[in-house]
Design a protein around this ligand. Structure first.
Ligand SMILES: *Cc1c(COP(=O)(O)O)cnc(C)c1O
Length: 357
């Protein structure tokens, strides 16, 4: 496939001059910084927290190099091929704004899946073409390619998929990477729990590929808001061109740097979640009102029950909140249940045992 990135990019994005921040314009050695109208005396938090390294009175590195170099080592992707966002949600929005002309272009999503692709498209006045997953929650290749026209700029693939929990078949994803004429954006928010290999190692073969991951799930940092995407240098340049210059705060960068040194703890949690998931699956399978326990490569399980709304309300009464997905296509009477700590999962199973249908 001959791939022409500039032909996919909006003209206004190609033509625009990006903002050039103070920290961007000067790169050399300096000891006195009088270029950014910061408070040179310090910040209240630097003093009270006794922090030596953090300098919250200064603007943060707009390209977060230190953090990206550390991520590069963990992910096996060069730092230059990474863009960081205020959660994956910012990166989804940026991708839509780089490639999709409002009122003209379209994106393709495959429900039931993560809702933010369609929401961000709608905010940008971009049409969403919904091609539902098959009965076994796999990609409808023919349907996707039939719905594709020369205004289809982005195809969102979530694997493992939320809320169904399964991986998309790798052959299908590769077929679309080879045949979809726009950008294929693979959301790997749950990749740490998956048996499937990440697609980040395919970037050099696929100039039309963007892979997205997050620190919000396995890394336990949903509150920090840090998403990452991996792509060709040319695509990363476009993200850097249009993102807000200081989109990742100094506090986020400092905390993430610290957290990334704790991969052993994170790997321990991943193993524990996988073990707990087996226990929950066995427990769910023994309950007569649970009609289906869908396979999961993520940190949650989707179940189908006789009456999803009723079970949702029952659990809520017992102060257990799960995600009711009954109104999603193909998910009638389905609830999505995150894997909790062992005592939480035990409580859930005990409460479910007392449920009278
Ligand atoms: C949770 C989740 C994310 C994470 O989004 P953040 O903005 O990084 O917290 C992304 N994609 C999917 C499919 C998710 O379920």
């Amino acid at each position: 496939m001959n791939f022409n990135l500039p032909a996919l990019v909006r003209n206004n994005i190609k033509k625009m001059q990006p903002y050039s921040s103070a920290r961007h314009e000067f790169s050399g050695n300096a000891s006195i910084f009088l270029d950014a109208n910061e408070n040179a005396y310090g910040s209240p938090v630097d003093k009270s927290a006794g922090e030596k390294t953090a300098m919250y009175n200064r603007y943060p590195d707009p390209l977060q190099w230190q953090l990206k170099f550390q991520l590069a080592g963990i992910k096996g992707v060069p730092a230059e091929n990474i863009c960081l966002g205020n959660g994956s949600d910012e990166l989804i929005d940026l991708a839509i704004r780089i490639f999709c002309n409002p009122g003209v272009d379209n994106v393709i999503v495959c429900p039931p899946t993560y809702g933010m692709y369609a929401v961000n498209a709608a905010i940008n006045d971009v049409e969403t073409r919904k091609i539902f997953l098959t009965n076994d929650f796999q990609l409808d290749i023919a349907g996707i390619l039939n719905a594709t026209d020369d205004r289809s700029k982005l195809l969102f693939i979530c694997s493992p998929n939320n809320p169904t929990g399964n991986n998309m078949n790798r052959n299908d994803v590769e077929f679309l990477m080879n045949n979809f004429p726009g950008i294929v954006m693979i959301d790997e928010a749950y990749i740490n729990y998956s048996n499937q290999k990440t697609f980040t190692q395919e970037l050099s073969s696929y100039p039309n590929l963007i892979v997205m991951q997050t620190l919000s799930k396995a890394w336990g940092l949903a509150g920090l808001r840090l998403g990452m995407c991996f792509a060709s240098l040319d695509i990363i340049d476009l993200f850097n061109k249009i993102k807000q210059p200081y989109n990742i705060s100094e506090a986020s960068q400092a905390i993430a740097l610290k957290a990334l040194q704790n991969s052993a703890q994170v790997n321990g949690w991943i193993r524990e979640v996988v073990d707990q998931k087996k226990i929950l699956r066995t427990g769910f399978n023994s309950l007569p009102f649970i009609i289906n326990v869908f396979p999961s490569d993520a940190n949650f399980i989707l179940i189908k029950v006789r009456d999803g709304n009723d079970l949702y309300r029952y659990l809520a009464q017992k102060e257990i909140v799960v995600r009711n997905r009954t109104n999603e296509p193909g998910c009638e009477n389905c609830l999505r249940i995150s894997i909790g700590r062992p005592e939480e999962n035990e409580k859930l199973l005990a409460v479910l045992k007392n449920y009278k249908t």
